[in-house]
Design a protein around this ligand. Structure first.
Ligand SMILES: [Zn+2]
Length: 367
């Protein structure tokens, strides 16, 4: 990673790099290991945003109906590719949505495809379009055995769905009741604990073996649950897993800035229309694709760890999935820019996170 700037000579050398005044950052082009792009008209708006900065993205399969077969995933991939702007080389990598009835042979087809690189476990009802998900992990043991054997990665939405578990405790309870036993039962299964939000999840990954990793979103690194209620209910900060208290945000920052290669970038950028967010029962999901990279840079910079951003954003995820890093580079420039108030989207508006606010880092070449 190239870091251009000046170092204040008086500063003690032992300090991490908060004293650097860095003006540009050149990174191997990052990948987004957790992305929602929806389908049809939505693709026109959101695919170009991700394609502008990321080389590859792991596309989540929670359409309605969900992407449960390799044939569906390959067709969906073509629809996404058709919306990549000319001149950009964005590669969608695909995942399957596991259900109680997924046949193990489907895993063979996924593996053979070369582009379906993961299958996603949504506990039934845990989040957007999760009603088709897995009602009990025991039911999919034969599928997990096949994944373990073939080396297909299991992506997990790690929240308990027991109705008596407090929403702020769902991830911790999932670690205790579901994920720990699963990791013990399938010691060779590669697992990505998606969009972790708690100190307990970060610690679980830290003490697990090389087969367990986690993605961390920009919004969980940057905001705590106060953001949901600042001056009134803020629906655009509502996502699942829900934002947590500050001590958990600090634990996530520590995890991603530690240099541990089993933490990597996954935005969980999730577009919804303004109408379905700003309503009596709004959808979960934050739309961050256009600003995520800038947010991550802000978060790492605040920790004096900009030198760790490239591994987190561009190297660790690819290595975990057994893929080479992207060959080209991008440059982020320290230049404040204003996030649009909204984008036109499916006959309505799409309101990004931090709409109308400023982001400190800008992709060079962006206008
Ligand atoms: Zn997601």
């Amino acid at each position: 990673m190239l870091v251009h700037g000046t170092i204040h000579p008086q500063q003690p050398e032992l300090a991490r790099s908060p004293t650097r005044e860095v003006s540009t950052l050149t990174l191997v082009r990052p990948d987004d290991w957790h992305l929602h792009v929806r389908d049809d008209d939505a693709l026109d708006v959101v695919v170009p945003h991700s394609a502008a900065c990321f080389g590859r993205a792991l596309i989540m399969p929670n359409l309605r109906p969900p992407i449960t077969t390799t044939v569906q995933a390959l067709a969906y991939r073509e629809r996404i590719l058709a919306k990549v702007p000319p001149g950009l080389a964005f590669e969608p990598l695909m995942s399957l949505y596991l259900t109680d009835n997924t046949p193990p042979d489907e895993i063979d087809l996924a593996k053979a495809s070369g582009v379906v690189i993961a299958a996603k476990l949504y506990p039934a009802g845990a989040t957007t379009h999760a009603e088709f998900g897995v009602s009990a992990v025991d039911l999919i043991h034969p599928v997990l055995e096949r994944m373990e054997k073939l080396g297909l990665v299991l992506c997990v939405h790690g929240e308990s769905i027991a109705p008596d578990v407090d929403i702020f405790d769902r991830e911790r309870v999932f670690v205790e009741k579901t994920l720990s036993p699963l990791v013990r039962h399938f010691p060779g299964l590669k697992i990505v604990f998606e969009h972790i939000t708690t100190a307990e999840a970060a610690q679980f990954v830290r003490v697990s073996g090389a087969n367990v990793a986690a993605t961390v979103t920009a919004h969980h690194l940057f905001y705590n649950r106060n953001a949901l209620f600042a001056g009134g209910v803020r629906p655009h900060f509502y996502c699942l897993p829900v934002l947590k208290r500050e001590s958990h945000r600090q634990a996530l920052l520590q995890a991603v800035c530690s240099g541990n290669p089993r933490f990597f970038l996954g935005t969980d950028s999730a577009p919804h229309t303004a109408r379905t967010k700003e309503t009596a029962c709004g959808c979960a999901g934050c739309y961050t694709a256009p600003l995520a990279l800038g947010l991550y840079a802000e978060a790492f910079e605040a920790e004096g760890a900009l030198d760790r951003l490239e591994a987190f954003a561009s190297l660790n995820g690819a290595a975990f999935y057994g893929l080479p890093p992207n060959e080209d580079k991008i440059t982020l420039r320290r230049e404040s820019w204003k996030v649009p108030a909204s984008y036109d989207y499916c006959g309505d508006k799409l309101i990004p996170l931090r709409a109308g606010g400023a982001v400190a880092w800008k992709l060079a070449g962006d206008v």
